[in-house]
Ligand binder design. Structure first.
Ligand SMILES: C[S@@+](CC[C@H](N)C(=O)[O-])C[C@H]1O[C@@H](n2cnc3c(N)ncnc32)[C@H](O)[C@@H]1O
Length: 318
């Protein structure tokens, strides 16, 4: 049994905690962008909703505001020696009289060995291990990533399009969709296919169709899906064929790409959908579920400088 820092997108903490609990692990505590988990032995820590994971090697009380207190806290840490080339990245909450590089350099020096600082924009070598320090206001955590690359980087992702979704966010939406083996699932704004590929990874038996009006996006989705058995088709998002059980989708947010008003699409989907819609929208779009829809849940996220909402809704037929 060891402690693992599951780092995730702001707004997905609760869902990430649910994912690890469902896999048989125990959540110790949750804070912004982080879930601390007592990881049961026998299974590697690869939660799909995680941006990254770090095995905890050092824990002390958060030293608070001053640099001297930080230095003393770092000196008191019991840490293994750094192996090979390594870098450290740090984050903290609240006002401090030091910056992230001060934390990183103190912990790097404490670990010893071939530490590469990121101060002044320096880029550590690609072949390195990565330590993570988090000061969450209560605890100073030091963890080591057990993998060579961050967990959010997916092996299947060779292509992206403008506005491609962060895979852990797509994984959260797939989880919220509650996809069963006999479901027909459609993403009418599929782009490079992130949502359906994340859903397929969890429930490969369902039937998946991705639609996009841009042939380049469809080509990217084909390439990413390499044999996953997902149907991709070039067309308009309003044109769904037959009845579908789930719509999981990421329409343009009118930032990088425009769609204008989503109301005509919602009207068409309402007719085709016999089940749940999970969509990631800008706040204005998210407010557009009027009569005829029952909104079951809304999750406010903060990702890549944007503040989208995941909306879980169903057509109400009464
Ligand atoms: C935000 S991107 C989707 C990104 C996708 N989730 C991914 O991870 O790659 C929105 C997509 O909607 C497509 N699109 C815009 N208007 C459309 C329409 N009317 N019908 C179908 N696709 C449309 C764009 O070509 C773009 O690929």
């Amino acid at each position: 049994m060891h402690l693992v820092l599951v780092r995730t997108v702001a707004g997905l903490e609760k869902l990430a905690a649910e994912e690890v609990v469902a896999a048989g692990h125990r959540v110790v505590e949750m804070s912004k962008r982080q879930v601390v988990v007592e990881w049961a032995p026998g299974e590697s820590a690869r939660p799909r909703l995680a941006d990254d994971v770090f095995v905890v090697h050092g824990v002390v009380v958060d030293p608070g505001r001053t640099r001297d207190a930080l230095a003393a806290a770092v000196r008191s840490l019991e840490l293994p020696a750094g192996q090979g080339a390594f870098a450290v990245s740090a984050s903290f909450v609240g006002p401090r009289n030091f910056n992230r590089f001060d934390i990183e350099d103190l912990v790097g020096a404490r670990l010893g060995g071939r530490y590469y600082s990121r101060r002044d924009g320096a880029v550590p070598p690609a072949e390195r291990s990565e330590w993570r320090v988090v000061l969450d206001g209560k605890t100073l955590w030091v963890g080591l990533r057990p993998y060579a690359v961050p967990l959010h980087r997916r092996g299947w992702r060779t292509r992206t399009v403008r506005g491609s979704l962060h895979p852990p966010v797509a994984a959260a939406m797939a989880r919220l969709a509650g996809i069963a083996p006999d479901h027909r699932v459609v993403d009418p704004f599929c782009g490079a296919g992130t949502l359906l590929l994340e859903a397929h990874a969890v429930e490969p038996r369902a039937s998946y169709t991705g639609i996009d009006r841009d042939p380049t996006a469809i080509a990217a989705a084909h390439e990413n899906a390499a044999g996953a058995g997902i149907r991709w088709r070039c067309g308009d998002a309003a044109r769904l064929e037959g009845t579908v059980d789930r719509i999981v989708t990421n329409p343009p947010w009118n930032v990088q790409l425009s769609i204008g008003d989503l109301t005509p699409y919602l009207r068409r989907w309402h007719r085709a959908l016999d089940g749940r819609l999970v969509a990631i929208l800008n706040p204005q779009q998210a407010a557009g579920f009027g009569r005829g829809w029952r909104v079951d849940a809304v999750y406010d996220l903060s990702v890549a400088g944007q503040h989208p909402r995941i909306v879980v809704a169903e057509p109400s037929r009464s």
